[in-house]
Design a protein around this ligand. Structure first.
Ligand code: ARG
Length: 483
C-alpha cells in the first residue's frame, strides 16, 4: 500500500490547476498547501480510492450517465493509474492535494472522458468510502495477528498446564493464592479475544457505504447507492446523506478497539518486565527478543515488553485526540475530518508492530518453573485454603479467617529457629481445630490442586478452561475479520 512521492516537489506550472480552481483568481499559497494537503498520508488509500471510483463509474454507466465506451475508457485509465502508483512510478503533481485529486487528475490526463468520473460524487462521500474500505481491510489484516498472539498464549498455557507449572497469583502485587501458569497466560488470551470481538463490532459499523451521499445532500442525478455498495461488498448503505459524510464513528470505534488492545498488550508487557527482573526471575527472554546495554555488559533488557507498555500511550492519545476533533463539528463535512487518517493509520501500525513482537517474545521465552513454584508453594499463600478447610467443617468463614490470621501473625512474629513459613505449618499441625490433616493443605502444590471451582486456577478447572479457550479461538478465527 505504499506509494512513491518523489515527484511531489516538481514545479507547479503557470497557473492554479486544482480541482476547484475555476472559482479562484490566484493560486493557493504554499503555506495553505502545506497545511491542507493530505496526499502524503492518504496516498495509502490509493487502491481503495480506485476501487470506489470503479464502482462509481460502473453505476454511472448502469443508470445511463456514461456510455459503455466512456465507462470502459475511464476504467482502463483507472487501472493504469493504479499500476503507476503500485509500481512506484506515478508522477505526482504539486496540485494533487489528496489521493482523490491525484487519481482523478492522472486518469483525466490518460483519458479525457474521465472528467465525467466525478459526476454525482463529492470528495466528501468519496473519502468516507475510501476510509471505510481501508479500515475494513485493516481490521481484517490485524485481527488474525491479535488472534495469533492469543493462540500463542493458549499454546504456552497448554504446555505449562501439562508440566504442572504454578506461580503465586497476586493482588496489590502481593502474593495472594497459587494458580497455574496456564491460568495466568490464558487470562491474557481471554482479554485479547474480547479485543477481537471489539474489532469485529467496529467492523460491523465500518461496513456501511456512504457513496452516493454527494457533498452532503445527495444528487439530482439518478444515482444508485445500493449498486455501488453491493459492488464494493458493503453490508449496508447510508440512510441519511448528511450523516453519511459526517459519520466517523467507525474511526472512533476502531481507535477504541485498538486502544483497548493496546492497554491489554501494555498490561502483559508490564508483567513481562517484572517477571524478567532478577527479583522475580520467572521468565528468561530469548536473545532474539531482548536487548543489551551499551554500557553495562551484564544487562539483558525487555525492550519489547516495555514498548508494548509505552506504545499504549499513543493509542490512548489517538482515541482521545480524535474524539476531541469530532466533538464540536457541525453537520456535515468539515475539513477537521481530514484529521481522522493519521491517528487511525498509526494506531493500526502500532498494534500490528507490538502484537507481532510480543508474539515472538512469548513464543521463545523460557518460564522458570522452580522460581514460580517457590512463591506458589509458600505456606502463607495457602492461608485462604486453611480457612476454607475450617469452613468445610462448619466454621463460619469470618471466624475461620480470624483463626488463620492469628496463626499467620504468630508465625510471622515468632523468633524461634524455624523460618516463618515452616513455623506456620508447625502451628497449624499443633492447633486443636486444625491438626496434621489441615497442615497437609500447606504441602507443595496442594493449594494449587485444591482450586477446583468453575473457572478456577487449579489444574482440573484449567483443563476445562483450556478446551473452552481453544474452541473460542477457533470460533473467532472463523468469524468475519478472523483468520
Ligand atoms: N482530503 C480530504 C479529507 O481527507 C478529502 C475530502 C475533501 N473535501 C472537501 N470538501 N475539501 O477529508
Amino acid at each position: 500500500m505504499s506509494a512513491d512521492d518523489t515527484a511531489k516537489d516538481q514545479p507547479s506550472g503557470p497557473g492554479p490547476t486544482t480541482l476547484w480552481h475555476g472559482r479562484f483568481a490566484n493560486a493557493p499559497a504554499d503555506a495553505l498547501a502545506a497545511l491542507n494537503d493530505s496526499l502524503p498520508f492518504d496516498k495509502r488509500m490509493f487502491a481503495e480510492d480506485i476501487a470506489a471510483s470503479r464502482a462509481h463509474v460502473s453505476m454511472l454507466a448502469d443508470v445511463g450517465l456514461l456510455t459503455d465506451d466512456e465507462h470502459d475508457g475511464i476504467v482502463a485509465a483507472l487501472e493504469q493509474v493504479e499500476a503507476e502508483i503500485a509500481g512506484g512510478h506515478m508522477v505526482w503533481a504539486p496540485t494533487d492535494e489528496d489521493i482523490h485529486t491525484a487519481v482523478e487528475r492522472r486518469a483525466t490526463e490518460l483519458c479525457e472522458v474521465a472528467a465525467k468520473m466525478h459526476t454525482g460524487r463529492s470528495r466528501n462521500d468519496q473519502v468516507a468510502t475510501d476510509l471505510r474500505l481501508w479500515t475494513r481491510g485493516a481490521i481484517d489484516e490485524l485481527t488474525p495477528l491479535v488472534l495469533g498472539l492469543a493462540s500463542t498464549l493458549a499454546g504456552r498455557a497448554r504446555e505449562a498446564h501439562d508440566a504442572g507449572v504454578r506461580l503465586p497469583g497476586y493482588t496489590h502485587l502481593q502474593q495472594a493464592q497459587p494458580v497455574g501458569l496456564a491460568h495466568h497466560l490464558a487470562a491474557h488470551a481471554w482479554a485479547l479475544l474480547r479485543d477481537v470481538e471489539r474489532l469485529g463490532e467496529a467492523r460491523i459499523r465500518t461496513d456501511v457505504s456512504p457513496l452516493g451521499a454527494g457533498a452532503l445532500a445527495g444528487s439530482s442525478l439518478p444515482l444508485d447507492p445500493a449498486a455501488t455498495a453491493a459492488e464494493l461488498g458493503f453490508a449496508a448503505v447510508f440512510e441519511n446523506s448528511l450523516d453519511a459524510v459526517s459519520d466517523r464513528d467507525f474511526v472512533a470505534d476502531t481507535l477504541y478497539a485498538l486502544a483497548m488492545t493496546g492497554v491489554h498488550l501494555s498490561r502483559l508487557g508490564e508483567e513481562l518486565v517484572l517477571w524478567s527482573s532478577a527479583e522475580f526471575g520467572f521468565v528468561t527472554l530469548d536473545d532474539a527478543f531482548a536487548t543489551g546495554s551499551s554500557m553495562m555488559p551484564q544487562k539483558k533488557n525487555p525492550d519489547v515488553a516495555e514498548l508494548a507498555r509505552g506504545k499504549s500511550g499513543r493509542l490512548i492519545g489517538h482515541l482521545t485526540g480524535f474524539l476531541a476533533t469530532l466533538k464540536g463539528l457541525p453537520l456535515a463535512y468539515n475539513k477537521d475530518l481530514q484529521e481522522d487518517k493519521e491517528p487511525l493509520f498509526d494506531a493500526v501500525d502500532t498494534v500490528c508492530l507490538v502484537t507481532l513482537a510480543l508474539d515472538g517474545l512469548l513464543s521463545t521465552a523460557s518460564f522458570n518453573a522452580p522460581a514460580m513454584a517457590a512463591g506458589a508453594d509458600d505456606p502463607f499463600v495457602a492461608a485462604t485454603d486453611l480457612a476454607e478447610w475450617l469452613v468445610a467443617r462448619g466454621t463460619p468463614f469470618r471466624e475461620a479467617h480470624a483463626v488463620i490470621a492469628a496463626l499467620v501473625r504468630e508465625a510471622l512474629s515468632d523468633s524461634e529457629a524455624s523460618p516463618n513459613a515452616d513455623r506456620l505449618t508447625e502451628l497449624v499441625a499443633a492447633h486443636p481445630d486444625l491438626g496434621p490433616e489441615a497442615a497437609q493443605r500447606l504441602a507443595p502444590g496442594a493449594a494449587h490442586r485444591s482450586r477446583t471451582s468453575p473457572g478456577a486456577g487449579g489444574p482440573d478447572s484449567v483443563a476445562v478452561q483450556l478446551d473452552r479457550l481453544d474452541a473460542a479461538l477457533a470460533a473467532a478465527a472463523g468469524a468475519p475479520g478472523g483468520c
